[in-house]
Ligand binder design. Structure first.
Ligand code: FAD
Length: 388
């Protein structure tokens, strides 16, 4: 059996890891010209952590974990609403690791290095299922055949667009920004802080006295800059967040014009099917829940595990394996998307009344309520993915 994975991000490398274990010849075609681990803080939770443990990567991930013991929710001007301990979340969720996407990507890359063929600077231009094979034409004209093509090429997946059609992204309205800054921030260590505004949210994760990671959820406020340069983003954020508490402006002032900032639109990918012929979609490509769910990397990791398991079980019957994968992953996609949908108004909504209700709920919610809600979500996740 020969599998082509389009996209060497989190989902693509995780799938390559499992397929190599199964002794299946796997080629990963990655558009980027060089392997460069990029990306800032993500939170891997629940089943995502369990799968990482089974992959033998838990130590590498835990070693790079953010030193955060609690998360404070405050208003845009800094008034405290509530504080939750991350240790209890970790316990109740069956795992919670906040660490850099770059570290997860590097750990996956190291695990497959020398074992899986990773073709950099390559992309698929055309593919067609022909009988029991899928024929692929790469950029440059080279053609090859495979038993299966997996589109793991991210939220704006070219594989999805080519094979399943256009218009499958559902924009939530707004942008996501992740960055890491170096300056004397003076923030309390071990304590994350989320500033909540109206359609604006900034989360600080202090890593050391001079390093802080930031996540910004920005709704439809102001005119998002056309330029992707960090300098243009800095000017925009300084202007649109000038009414926030002083630590927010101080952080934006520290944005380095030569630094790496990750930004993307907040969009969901809703697919009636993630399999067509001999092509399957994996990770964000097939079911991006949006950055609002906080489950993108967990979904990518679980999806890779589920697809590899389905292939292992029905190795000589690819259509059956794909049907089994689709049956397992679609309820999970739906669940994460539903939870992201619930977060939409909470984070991106501009209404003054809604923001006041949110802040009051956060302030008065009894301790343990949020944790119980989260636990209910993850219990359902376990039942859905049958992954214990
Ligand atoms: C460089 C980068 C930085 C990121 N940083 C953050 C971050 O800081 N915070 C956060 O929350 N999320 C970040 N993400 C997104 C996050 O990784 C995903 O939402 C999540 O992990 C799901 O993973 P995925 O493998 O489905 O998609 P991704 O991790 O996005 O991987 C998709 C891969 O496909 C490749 N690709 C795209 N088009 C093609 C093509 N035509 N042919 C071949 N390969 C292609 C991309 O280069 C990428 O390597 C980042 C993604 C990337 C690519």
């Amino acid at each position: 059996m020969r599998v082509l994975v389009s996209g060497g991000g989190i989902a693509g490398l995780a799938l390559a890891f499992w397929l190599e274990r199964l002794g299946i010849e796997t080629v990963v075609a990655e558009r980027a010209r060089e392997f460069k681990p990029l990306g800032h803080y993500i939170a891997l939770k629940g089943n995502g952590v369990r799968v990482i443990r089974r992959m033998g990567l838990i130590e590498a991930c835990r070693a790079r974990e953010a030193p955060i013991d609690s998360l404070r929710y405050v208003t845009s001007t800094g008034r405290l609403l509530r504080e939750d301990s991350t240790a209890s979340l970790d316990r109740e969720l069956g795992g919670l690791i906040a660490f850099r996407r770059a570290d997860l990507h590097a750990a996956l890359h190291e695990a497959i290095s020398g074992k899986v063929e990773l073709r950099l600077g390559t992309e698929v231009e055309e593919s067609e299922t022909a009988g029991e094979r899928v024929e692929v034409r790469f950029r440059g004209g080279r053609t090859e055949t495979f038993d299966l093509l997996v589109g793991a090429d991210g939220v704006h997946s070219p594989t999805r667009e080519r094979v399943f059609g256009k218009g499958l992204e559902v924009p939530f309205g707004g942008h996501y920004v992740a960055l890491t800054l170096e300056y004397d921030h003076g923030l309390e260590l071990q304590c994350g802080v989320a500033y909540l505004g109206r359609g604006q949210m900034v989360i600080f994760l202090p890593m050391s006295p001079r390093v802080v990671s930031l996540v910004v959820y920005h709704g439809e406020v102001g005119q998002w800059p056309e330029s992707r340069e960090p300098g243009a983003l800095r000017a925009f954020l300084l202007r649109e967040y000038r009414h926030f508490a002083a630590p927010v402006s101080r952080a934006f002032e520290a944005i380095d014009e030569r630094g790496y900032v990750f930004t993307d639109v907040i969009t969901q990918v809703r697919m009636p099917h993630v399999v067509k012929g001999r092509v399957a979609l994996l990770g964000d490509a097939g079911g991006c829940p949006t950055f609002l769910s906080g489950m993108g990397s967990a979904l990518a990791i679980q999806g890779a595990d589920l697809l590899a398991r389905a292939i292992a079980e029905h190795r000589s019957d690819v259509p059956r394996a794909l049907a089994s994968y689709e049956a397992a992953i679609q309820p999970l996609n739906a669940r994460y998307q539903e939870s992201a949908g619930k977060m939409r108004g909470f984070v991106l909504g501009r209404s003054r009344v809604r923001a006041a209700v949110r802040d009051a709920a956060l302030a008065w919610m009894p301790d343990g309520f949020m944790i119980r809600q989260a636990r209910r979500f993850y219990d359902a996740e376990n039942a859905t993915a049958a992954l214990t």
